[in-house]
Design a protein around this ligand. Structure first.
Ligand code: ZN
Length: 427
């Protein structure tokens, strides 16, 4: 009897400790696997998540792109190919109707952790609260915060909100990618010895002076998906590519600009190093000498997003500058923004050039019944959250219906499982 009792003693301390990692793994498993599948109905989160849409193939450049599918009213859409900018409205265009993305939502994710800014979360309709009407948006404001949308940026309690790298990668919107159609040349305005070739942008042998090639199109908050033109100048731009420099001397500059502010990343190769400089309107904002294996051939990027300007070489950050933007000192850009390259002293080839723009958070919706305003300010009450759609020009979100009560939150969207081509994590 005595022995039996001993056997029934509670776990020893050591056994309890051994259980901790097992319990932890079980908790993680439960957290990941209590999931529900949803289908995205509307395009308010496009292009991160697509609602019901048409697949459209441009008759000119053969690019296939998605166009939102609302109830009926397709005639008022301004259908513009995102690659060649051909206006396809009124033309007979091949379209295929598609359903919305199907996603997996972790129902109990927020039992273990607080909702975080930039999460894609699912919640019951805050206006009606009906069980069968669920919304999906990006979480932008936390309880107790003051959220301001101004000139496309998000400010939290008076400071610009910087997106984590994984979220920023998703929210960069394609502006220019090398096209297979031969329509590339019209995207660039060349001067001097610059030429647009099949292999890329080519600067033939030149002397010591800078020669410039400009991206010829405006960079605005345009989504081909919406069937409406963009309206706002977007200053947050990423330009990247692969540079091949020939000649004993020589320098190359990648530049982004908005109104009168120009950011230049200047690259000067030496025997075993690459000198990099970052300048804003000719004022030096940083420089570095990088040891690189092939200083005359490298991947480059220059980006400006949420008040951080960054130069990267071969995928690694080389220079970074913080603008410390607040709602008061953020410049209002109204004229134009863009990209250009410069080369001097030799031959320069730029391959695989891409241009992207950051998401631009509008302070208002572009509906006729809503007055235009540049700034949206909201104090998020305790126990509530502020959610915005990635497709800011057409998203009905916290700008329209207010805040999401905590009890309405259903979970965190974490995976697209259909269509197969778009399968992958949601960030
Ligand atoms: Zn096209």
């Amino acid at each position: 009897m005595k022995n039996d009792k001993k056997k029934k003693k509670p776990f020893s301390l050591q056994e309890q400790i051994e259980w901790i990692p097992i319990a932890f793994v079980l908790a993680l498993t439960v957290r990941c696997f209590i999931v529900e599948a949803y289908q995205i109905p509307t395009g308010s989160m496009a292009p991160t998540l697509y609602g019901r849409h048409y697949e459209v193939t441009c008759p000119r450049c053969r690019t296939t792109f998605n166009l939102r599918r609302s109830n009926g009213m397709q005639a008022d859409l301004d259908i513009v190919c995102p690659e060649c900018l051909q206006n396809l409205s009124g033309r007979s265009v091949k379209t295929t109707a598609r359903g919305g993305d199907r996603i997996l939502v972790s129902k109990n994710f927020y039992l273990f952790t607080r909702p975080k800014r930039w999460d894609v979360f699912v919640f019951k309709d805050p206006e009606r609260g009906e069980e069968n009407t669920n919304f999906v948006k990006r979480l932008v404001g936390l309880p107790g915060e003051t959220v301001q949308l101004r000139d496309g940026q998000v400010f939290i309690n008076g400071h610009i909100a910087q997106k984590p790298a994984a979220v920023q990668r998703v929210l960069w919107q394609d502006v220019y990618t090398p096209m297979p159609s031969g329509a590339v040349a019209e995207c660039w305005s060349t001067a001097g010895n610059w030429n647009v070739r099949d292999e890329g942008l080519l600067l033939e042998d030149v002397g010591a002076g800078w020669q410039t090639i400009r991206y010829a199109r405006p960079i605005v908050d345009f989504y081909a998906y919406n069937g409406r033109p963009g309206r706002n100048v977007v200053p947050d731009i990423l330009v990247g590519g692969h540079a091949v420099m020939e000649g004993s001397s020589g320098a190359f500059a990648a530049c982004i600009w908005a109104d009168s502010d120009t950011w230049r990343a200047v690259f000067r190769p030496a025997a075993t190093t690459l000198d990099v400089e970052l300048r804003c309107n000719e004022s030096l904002r940083g420089n570095a000498t990088l040891p690189v294996a092939f200083p005359r051939e490298f991947d480059f990027s220059l980006s400006r997003a949420d008040g951080v300007v960054e130069v990267a070489v071969n995928g690694d950050a080389a220079l970074s500058f913080e603008e410390n933007l607040t709602p008061e000192n953020t410049p209002l850009y109204t004229d134009d923004s863009g990209v250009f390259f410069q080369g001097s002293g030799g031959r320069l080839l730029l391959r695989d050039v891409t241009v992207k723009r950051d998401i631009y958070y509008r302070a208002d919706l572009s509906r006729a019944d809503r007055s235009l305003s540049r700034s949206f300010v909201a104090d998020v009450p305790e126990g509530h959250y502020l959610g915005l759609g990635d497709n800011s020009p057409i998203s009905r979100d916290s700008r329209v219906w207010g805040f999401v009560p905590e009890e309405n939150i259903l979970g965190k969207a974490f995976f697209v499982f259909w269509p197969m081509l778009r399968m992958g994590p949601v960030s």
